[in-house]
Design a protein around this ligand. Structure first.
Ligand code: NAP
Length: 297
């Protein structure tokens, strides 16, 4: 683990609010970034139950904490507390990154941008003109659906355990993107379809030893992205490897959403190599220590 930053009266403070937040890999990633660029800043976990979110945000703002991330369950609840919500976050209906400019809070959502950059950097996959199958209709799936549509997919199928949630997300997507075909499905009734890209944005595979789908039956043509990152290779990715499909886990999305947040806060380019190494080291030590991993969303 990298050395903690030296702290003094001028240290800028950042952090993450979640419930739980103990499992978060973001402190390791951001403190490594600050250290490598010699920025006098520190990033801390702020465990915050839902009923205390408003008080916590007001206190952090008053104490001139420069910025913070939101993880489950706060990404939607934060919205009314912000002076400004950037367009991508407004479309998704969730914020994962807040910047504090002297008490004026602005919110962004970097999850979609992080996901797209992971597709580009880790898989060399460009969604433009491609067909995508997205598993899940929760918060992460919302960000990914809008990101894929923004990147120009020609067809998006959203499949969820609870089909009504998939239909609701599909309807929201159709409201903002009239060009591509956008369909909803039940995850249990999927057959064929031969998408170019399959994305898992459900929690299935996160330490449960399960895969959300039998991959071979779907005829995926090019790539599989599982945004789960604990374990680093989920059963879905094991299937992808066996089928010879290019694939990636959720570390890249976590890294690049963090990189975008870092730039939103500091105006500096994020040192992604250092951040990726810190994430992998932290993920490895969490796995080794069996620190009841939850999710960082
Ligand atoms: N890599 C990253 O940067 C990153 C970022 C965000 C999230 N994530 C990961 O993405 C996953 C989803 O996060 P989220 O915030 O979207 O969670 P969420 O809002 O709670 O949504 C959970 C999704 O998983 C589905 N699901 C849960 N249990 C299931 C089961 N047994 N079978 C089939 N589907 C099931 C839910 O379906 P129902 O609607 O039917 O309940 C829903 O679609 C988590 O593993 C999280 O760690 C990773």
């Amino acid at each position: 683990m990298s050395a903690p930053p030296a702290l003094d009266g001028a240290t800028a403070v950042y952090g993450i609010l979640g419930h739980p937040v103990r499992q978060s890999l973001s402190p390791a990633m951001h403190n490594a970034a600050f250290g490598s660029l010699s920025i006098n800043a520190a990033y801390l976990p702020f465990p915050t139950p839902p009923e205390k979110l408003e008080a916590a945000v007001s206190g952090l703002s008053a104490a001139d904490v420069k910025g913070f991330n939101l993880t489950t369950p706060h990404k939607t609840a934060i919205l009314p507390m912000l002076a400004e919500i950037l367009p991508a976050a407004r479309a998704i209906g969730a914020v994962n990154t807040v910047r504090n400019d002297g008490g004026r809070l602005s919110g962004a959502n970097t999850d979609g941008e992080g996901f797209l950059r992971s597709l580009a950097e880790d898989l060399s996959f460009d969604p433009a003109g491609k067909e995508a199958l997205l598993l899940g209709a929760g918060g992460a799936a919302r960000a990914i659906a809008f990101a894929l549509l923004g990147a120009g997919v020609s067809r998006l199928v959203i499949a969820n355990r609870t089909p009504a949630r998939a239909e609701s997300l599909a309807a929201d997507c159709r409201g903002q993107h009239s060009g591509p075909a956008i369909e909803a499905a039940s995850i249990d009734d999927l057959a064929g379809g031969a998408p170019h890209l399959l994305v898992n944005a459900t929690t299935v595979g996160m330490g449960d030893g399960n895969s959300p789908v039998e991959l071979e039956a779907l005829g995926v043509r090019e790539a599989v992205a599982d945004i789960v990152y604990h374990p680093l290779e989920t059963p879905l990715l094991t299937q992808a490897r066996a089928l010879g499909l290019t694939h990636t886990n959720g570390i890249g999305m976590l890294l690049y959403q963090g990189a975008a947040a870092f730039t939103f806060w500091t105006g500096r380019e994020a040192p992604v190599k250092v951040m990726r190494a810190a994430l992998l080291e932290a993920a490895g030590s969490k796995a080794a220590g069996e620190v009841g991993m939850g999710t960082e969303k």
